[in-house]
Design a binder for this molecule. Structure first.
Ligand code: NAD
Length: 357
């Protein structure tokens, strides 16, 4: 099969880590008989330098006609003093909007050889951790009505958490599709003991699953309890679906449990199959151009692309297995280096992983 992939390298370590992911995809193509056509488009600071805006129209158009989009990261010291509207990060918000992406999927996986990187005690993580948080991305309190002013002479401000059934159903669908490929267990996080919007969330998730995915077991967890359980017993979770605000906080908490920012990927999906795949970390300007970045988060983002946009499950597993083998052989990039291991740079890590596919 032939697939068209848009590559948005962005800034800082973006080009280095994207090169690693492209190398991996090329190897997958060779091994499984696919052809990946890569087209590079500017985004973020480098797009500001080239075209004057963080998301040129040609980049958005190129992404929309691709089968999937691979993104490095944007931002850097050079653009830090620009007005908010013209900053590299604006390119991210705009591309998500242009592609109508309403879900963000963040797997927080603690690889068995990296258990020591977790800030949690070994006994708590020894069974492995893989929490996949599916976060609603375009609704809720971040987009609800905002007000501020004076009430009885006292200054006030308010934000509104609002969801409708359609928004909840479509994010539940994304979570269910993932749960079906995994344990068929879904945790839905809300605050239904207090919030009306959470009560609708809970009712809708249950009705949707019952009607469309009766084989999935749904469990509700209140957000305060979820925040505790992630640090108390993280191995109990698989796929978790939640709102924009709760997902924002919980996905960062779960990422911390793994202790290695350079190993975590994420994807954003909407109604079409064409998703956006990226590492969760930023452009790391402090190490850019030194060939020391960890390319694994971006390589795993490319693996998610194979599974979730291109339906290539076997190929996804092959990349995951290659990353595990790389770790098993004792190779480490600087950020995850431990005594007695073999330190490798970004390009060498990507080459080794590609060779192990
Ligand atoms: P960061 O994630 O770029 O870096 C945080 C720390 O982690 C740094 O010490 C960095 O060297 C290290 N690090 C990050 N990725 C790594 C990797 N793959 N391998 C090894 N070490 C890695 O966060 P920051 O420093 O807060 O932000 C830097 C820039 O990135 C800012 O301009 C910020 O706005 C931007 N940013 C972009 C995105 C994105 O593009 N999605 C996300 C977050 C931050």
């Amino acid at each position: 099969m032939n697939y068209n992939i848009a590559v948005l390298e962005g800034d800082g370590i973006g080009p280095e880590i994207c090169a690693g992911a492209v190398k991996t995809l090329e190897k997958v193509g060779e091994k499984f008989g696919h052809k990946f056509n890569f087209t590079y488009y500017p985004i973020g600071g480098s797009a500001i330098d080239k075209c004057g805006v963080p998301l040129p129209e040609s980049t958005a158009e190129g992404c929309l006609k691709s089968d999937a989009v691979l993104l490095g990261a944007v931002g850097g010291y050079k653009w830090d003093d620009m007005p908010v509207d013209k900053r590299p990060e604006k390119g991210l918000l705009e591309i998500r909007k242009a592609m109508r992406l309403y879900s963000n999927i963040r797997p927080a996986k603690l690889w068995k050889n990296l258990a020591k990187a977790s800030p949690l005690k070994y006994e708590l993580v020894k069974d492995g951790v893989e929490i996949i948080i599916v976060r609603e991305l375009t609704g809720g309190i971040y987009f609800g009505e905002r007000k501020s002013g004076l009430e009885n002479g006292v200054q006030y401000a308010s934000d509104t958490e609002k969801y409708d059934v359609r928004e909840i159903e479509r994010i539940t669908e994304i979570a269910c599709r993932l749960a079906m490929k995994r344990s068929k267990k879904l945790v839905s996080v809300d605050k239904a003991n207090v919030l009306e919007s959470s009560r609708l969330w809970r009712k809708t998730v249950h009705a949707y699953c019952k009607n469309n995915y009766p084989e999935i077991e749904v469990r509700d967890v209140l957000v305060d309890n979820m925040a505790m359980q992630i640090v108390k017993n993280p191995s109990q979770f698989d796929v978790v679906v939640t709102s924009n605000l709760f997902g924002d906080i919980l996905s960062d908490e779960a990422a911390q449990v793994t202790g290695s920012i350079g190993m975590l990927a994420s994807s954003s999906l909407g109604d079409s199959k064409c998703g956006l795949y990226e590492p969760i970390h930023g452009s790391a300007p402090d190490i850019a151009g030194q060939d020391t970045a960890n390319p694994i988060a971006t390589i795993l983002a490319a693996a998610m692309m194979l599974r979730d946009s291109l339906d290539l499950n076997e190929e996804y597993t092959a990349v995951e297995n290659a990353v595990q083998k790389f770790l098993d052989c004792g190779y480490r990039t600087a950020d995850i280096m431990e005594d007695g291991k073999i330190k490798v740079g970004c390009a060498e890590a990507a080459r080794l992983i590609a060779d192990m596919i």
